[in-house]
Design a protein around this ligand. Structure first.
Ligand code: TYM
Length: 333
């Protein structure tokens, strides 16, 4: 049986949130099936597109790896690795940079957002970051890319880059497809439900961290901004309550219609407590496993070393093929 490849990554640029969990990590774990092999990376090279403290970056990178294991990434079915441990990512990114137009990168909405938020540090890496992400994907000949909605545009660019390269140099790359959850592809901030829940938000009440204590999770949901009408409806005009319903449905497997029927006429208080209970029930075992893994340094190191070795062996084949196709192998015959 030929296995299809799944690939995704997460930046260790802050505390991982419920948005990351629902939009991506939960699916990463579910996609580990017999007919697929998965590559999951902690994308630390991406993180330095904004200013980082070196020590904190290293610590958060290893914590993110432990959290991914706690969320169910199984080293027997997936290669879990740190992006900077596999040099092929930067090597392929250079070649792909030379096949990507400035006009394409100018259209990336995340670049526009981030350059507004980090106006004192609009560096070239921030601009070309989607090309590095394309390299992450194309190196492994990945077919499926589980991400939240905010990364869809970047995966589409990776597709365009792959299609163009294949046309110019012959079929070097599989053209990838994003996998985005129907419910929960974009979890919104709890303090401003018109904005995405983000790990870089300075207000901790705006997000649930995957590692938040159950009492904190309950408090944050109880304070979540809704509206003053108390109507339970799954409706884009009511982003606060719709966000809570999406989270509730993700964690209970119910449909929005079922959830609306369950809470109809009961105001927001009941829904908020029920969402908190459902989230806590799933996150608590993950939190316990995470705490345990943080002390298992030898195990963590062996998983990451094996993951990087496995990733490197696949990635090297792709890069060697690309270098040959482009005329960069320059072997003396
Ligand atoms: P990052 O680190 O910002 O987010 C990791 C994953 O979480 C998803 N996500 C969300 N989903 C739903 N609601 C939200 N509020 C929310 N916030 C974040 C993101 O869509 C993402 O799937 N560039 C990527 C990391 C990356 C990558 C890759 C992804 C690097 N290389 C290769 C896929 C393939 C990023 O910054 O994600």
């Amino acid at each position: 049986m030929e296995k299809k490849t799944v690939l995704s990554g997460i930046q260790p640029s802050g505390i991982l949130t419920l948005g990351n969990y629902v939009g991506a990590l939960r699916n990463w774990s579910l996609l580990q099936q017999d007919d697929r092999f998965c590559y999951y990376c902690v994308a630390n090279l991406h993180a330095i597109t904004v200013k980082q403290d070196a020590e904190a970056l290293n610590r958060r990178t290893l914590e993110a790896a432990a959290l991914l294991l706690a969320c169910g990434i199984d080293p027997k079915r997936s290669a879990l690795f740190i992006q900077s441990h596999v040099k092929e990512h930067t090597e392929l990114a250079w070649v792909l940079n030379c096949g990507t137009y400035i006009g394409e990168l100018n259209r990336m909405t995340q670049f526009k957002d981030k350059s507004q938020r980090h106006a004192d540090n609009i560096n070239a890496g921030l601009f070309t970051y989607p090309v590095l992400m394309a390299a992450d994907i194309l190196l492994y000949q990945a077919s499926y890319i589980p991400v939240g909605k905010d990364q869809k545009q970047h995966v589409e660019l990776a597709r365009d880059i792959a299609i163009r390269f294949n046309k110019n140099y012959g079929d070097a790359f599989i053209v990838p497809e994003p996998i985005i959850p129907k419910l929960g592809g974009k979890i919104m901030s709890l303090t401003d439900p018109t904005k995405k829940m983000s790990k870089s938000d300075p207000n901790p009440n705006s997000y649930i961290a995957i590692t938040d204590e159950p009492s904190v999770i309950l408090k944050k949901f109880k304070r979540a901004v809704t509206d003053s009408e108390g109507i339970i409806a799954y409706d884009p005009e009511r982003p606060g309550v719709t966000n809570l319903l999406s989270i509730y449905c993700t964690f209970t497997g119910k449909t929005p219609e079922e959830a609306v029927a369950e809470f109809a006429g009961q105001g927001y208080g009941k829904l908020k407590t029920a969402v908190a209970d459902a989230v806590i029930a799933e996150l608590e075992p993950i939190q316990n496993e995470y705490k345990r893994l943080l002390d298992e340094k030898t195990y963590l190191k062996s998983v990451l070393d094996d993951g990087a070795a496995q990733a490197r062996s696949t990635a090297r084949k792709t890069v060697d093929d690309v270098l040959r196709r482009v005329g960069l192998d320059a072997t003396v015959m």
